[in-house]
Design a protein around this ligand. Structure first.
Ligand code: 5AD
Ligand code: FES
Length: 348
């Protein structure tokens, strides 16, 4: 009985591995509606009708890594590489501030040109101009010392998806230099330093099994991230995974609902990949228990160069258009965007 599993997941905030596999592989349309409603109610009991917004600034598409799934991997010679200057980034922040954003997400490839001195100067400068804003970094695997310097400079949060919690699966998605062990060490370093930490995975990445997804859920339960980002895998035509099948839209929605019941107070975005796989994806993500949206604040002239996967939405829209678009989408389903930092709050 899948319904009994869902009830127990809600009550105990976890399940055993075999039970997660059962839920992921045997749910019916009625079970799907049932768990989504539970997840939605859980999110509403904590966040009400508020949706937190994060302004995404894609500051560099240079990357030293060569992940098989990613459009900006080092080996993709077709990408027009760019780096935003400090002035560009501060301008994005100013535009974002006027639009009501109180969190900036600085996301980029692993680009050595943004060294510790440059990054700390950038973080300090943003915080000087906008002391009431949170800074989230998403810049990959770095040393404990670098993470610590950025935190002391004023960074509040860090996003680093674990991608898959199974080491063999991890090796099928990444070249040898990258390991699950190193990824997990970074995550625990970030927690230790004091960041609010986000992790997550792609749904339907090549070679992923239901057992792998159960392992992802159990890793997340153990790690207790403050933020959880997931989205469907979408192929990029200039990568080794060009001909792989995309992930499942419905399974992504189911997993968002499971994650909401697993960690009720986590900040969970309804992601751009979800909005790319389905035109109503971001609304339906919220209706599965997500509570965050992350509109793009990057300058329009570089957006199309930050294509992690094909057909990414919003590459031609100004920041203000994305904000207005999402505001309308959220209001259409009974929610509202708020101008708050939206930090993680422990359950009382
Ligand atoms: N499809 C979907 N998501 C992707 N990401 C990278 N490439 C793809 C893709 N082809 C996700 C990864 C990464 C995040 C920034 O984007 O999970 O952590
Ligand atoms: Fe960018 Fe809709 S969110 S155009």
């Amino acid at each position: 009985e899948i319904r009994a599993l869902i009830d127990r997941l809600e009550r105990d905030r976890t399940l055993h591995k075999e039970e997660f596999i059962e839920l992921l592989t045997r749910y019916t349309a009625e079970d799907f509606a049932y768990i989504r409603e539970k997840a939605r109610k859980t999110a509403q009991s904590i966040f009400g009708d508020k949706i937190y917004t994060r302004g995404l600034i894609e500051f560099s598409n240079y990357c030293r890594n060569d992940c098989y799934y990613c459009g900006i991997r080092r080996s993709n010679g077709e990408v027009d590489r760019y780096r935003l200057s400090k002035e560009d980034i501060l301008k994005c922040c100013d535009i974002g501030y006027e639009l009501g954003f109180r969190t900036y997400v600085l996301q980029g490839g692993e680009d050595g040109a943004f060294n510790d001195d440059i990054m700390t100067d950038l973080i300090v400068s943003i915080k000087e101009k906008h002391p009431d804003c949170a800074i989230t970094l998403s810049a990959g695997e770095l040393s404990y010392e670098s993470y610590k310097r950025y935190f002391e400079a004023g960074a509040d949060r860090y996003l680093l998806r674990h991608e898959t919690a199974n080491a063999d699966h991890y090796a099928k998605l990444h070249p040898e230099r990258l390991t699950l062990e190193a990824r997990k060490k970074c995550l625990y370093d970030l927690k230790d330093i004091g960041y609010q930490v986000g992790t997550g995975f792609m749904v339907g990445s090549p070679y992923q099994t239901p057992e792998n997804l159960a392992e992802d859920l159990l890793f997340i339960k153990e790690f207790q991230p403050e933020m959880i980002g997931i989205g469907p895998f979408l192929p990029h035509h200039q990568t080794p995974f060009a001909d792989q099948e995309k992930g499942s839209y419905e399974l992504t929605l189911l997993l968002i609902a499971i994650l909401r019941l697993l960690i009720p107070n986590a900040n969970i975005p309804s992601t751009t990949a979800l909005g790319t796989i389905n035109p109503r994806g971001r609304e339906e993500g919220i209706l599965s228990g997500a509570n965050v949206v992350m509109p793009n604040l990057s300058p329009v002239d570089v957006r199309k160069n930050y294509e992690l996967y094909d057909n990414k939405i919003c590459t031609g829209d100004e920041a203000a258009e994305c904000r207005m678009c999402l505001q309308g989408r959220m209001e259409s389903i009974g929610y509202r965007l708020v101008n708050e930092r939206g930090d993680f709050q422990p359950l009382i």
